[in-house]
Ligand binder design. Structure first.
Ligand code: TXA
Ligand code: MG
Length: 303
C-alpha cells in the first residue's frame, strides 16, 4: 500500500474523512502525539488499527470526540469527571469512565471492558476531522506496537509507512508526550498515566490491568538506555538537560515543557544514531518531570 503524506489543509481533512468513512485508518496530528484514527463505531475499521500497529488485541483504545456532549453519549460522567473535563478539555487529558449501555462504540475499542477512555483533543486538524466525519474516532499513538510514540509525520512514515493509506502532516506536536489518563469509575480519582496535565489524583500503583498499554517496555527504543547519566561513555548517545549539554539537549534552559515536547523526538534521533547505546541526563521529577521520568523509565526497561 502506498502511504500518502498531505500537509494539514481543508483538502487533506476532506480526504481523511473520506477514508475514515470507508473504514480506513488515518494518521493524524494531535497536541500530544500523532494518533492512528479510525471510526470507533466500525469494528472492521478499528481492527485495521490493530493490524497496522501489530498491537496485542487486549489493549483498549482512547476514543476522541469533539466536545463533552459527544463524550457523554459514550461514557457516564460522574461530577468529578465533568469538573475535570470542564477545566482541561479540549486538551491532553483522557478520562476513563463507565461505558454507556447504548454507546455506539464497537466492543473491540474497549477490548470488551465496561469502561471507556475518552478525550477531546485540542489540535485543529483532529477537531476538523471529528466534525467532518461526524463519528467518534478511536486513536492510539501512530507507531508500531512497542516502539516510541511519534511526534512528527516523518516518525509515523518510518514506523507505519506502507501499512496505512494517509498521514496528515501538522508539523511537530506541541506537547510531545501522551495525554494524562485519569480513571473516574467510582471512588477516588486514580491516575493511570501521568502526562501534560497535572491532576490531583492518586497514582494507581502498578495497575497493569487497568491500563494494559502501560507495559514496562511500552516506549522502548531498540537500544539500551541508561538514566540519570551525569557522564557518558564514547559509545553512548547522550541526551542532555539543563547544565548537561550532551549530544543534544531536551532543554538547555532546563524547561520541562520544552523537554516534554522534545523527548520522543530525541529518543528517535538517538535510536537512529550510529552510537550503540543511549544515556539520558537527570530530569527533576517535579511537575511535568513526573511524566517525562515515567516515559524514560519505560524506555529504559528491557524485555
Ligand atoms: O495523547 C494520547 O493519549 C494519544 C493521542 C493519539 O490521543 N493516544 C495514546 O493512545 O497515547 P495509546 O493507545 O497509545 O494509549 C492509550 C492508553 C493505553 O495505555 C490504554 O491501555 C489506556 O489508554 N486505556 C484506554 N482505555 C482504557 C480503559 N477503558 N481502561 C484503562 N485504560 C485504558
Ligand atoms: Mg502508545
Amino acid at each position: 500500500m502506498e502511504t500518502r503524506v498531505l500537509p494539514f489543509s481543508d483538502d487533506a481533512i476532506a480526504e481523511a474523512a473520506r477514508l475514515i468513512l470507508a473504514s480506513q485508518p488515518v494518521a493524524m496530528p494531535t497536541e500530544t502525539v500523532y494518533g492512528l484514527a479510525a471510526d470507533a463505531t466500525d469494528a472492521e475499521a478499528v481492527a485495521r488499527i490493530y493490524e497496522a500497529k501489530g498491537r496485542p488485541s487486549f489493549n483498549p483504545l482512547i476514543v476522541h470526540v469533539p466536545d463533552l456532549a459527544a463524550a457523554q453519549e459514550i461514557g457516564r460522567f460522574p461530577d468529578e469527571a465533568i469538573e475535570l473535563a470542564a477545566r482541561h478539555w479540549p486538551g491532553p487529558l483522557t478520562l476513563v469512565v463507565p461505558l454507556q449501555e447504548d454507546a455506539a462504540v464497537a466492543p473491540i475499542v474497549t477490548a470488551g471492558l465496561s469502561t471507556v477512555g475518552i478525550r477531546v483533543p485540542h489540535h485543529p486538524a483532529m477537531q476538523a476531522l471529528l466534525r467532518a466525519c461526524g463519528r467518534p474516532l478511536a486513536a492510539p499513538s501512530a507507531n508500531a506496537s512497542g516502539s516510541i510514540s511519534p511526534t512528527r509525520a516523518e516518525h509515523v512514515l518510518k514506523s507505519l509507512g506502507g501499512r496505512i493509506p494517509l498521514i496528515v502532516d501538522g508539523g511537530p506536536t506541541r506537547r510531545g508526550i501522551e495525554s494524562t489518563i485519569v480513571a473516574a469509575t467510582g471512588g477516588p480519582l486514580r491516575l493511570l498515566r501521568p502526562g501534560p496535565v497535572q491532576v490531583d489524583a492518586l497514582p494507581a500503583s502498578g495497575s497493569r490491568i487497568e491500563a494494559p498499554g502501560q507495559l514496562a517496555s511500552h516506549y522502548a527504543p531498540s537500544k539500551r538506555l541508561r538514566l540519570d547519566a551525569t557522564s557518558a561513555e564514547a559509545d553512548e548517545y547522550w541526551i542532555g538537560f539543563g547544565a548537561i549539554a550532551g549530544d543534544a539537549s531536551l532543554s538547555p534552559s532546563g524547561d520541562l515543557i520544552e523537554a516534554a515536547a522534545r523527548l520522543f523526538d530525541l529518543l528517535h534521533e538517538a535510536d537512529s544514531d550510529r552510537k550503540a547505546r543511549i544515556a539520558v541526563a537527570p530530569v527533576p521529577a517535579q511537575g511535568l518531570g513526573v511524566a517525562i521520568n515515567d516515559r524514560l523509565k519505560r524506555a529504559a526497561a528491557e524485555g
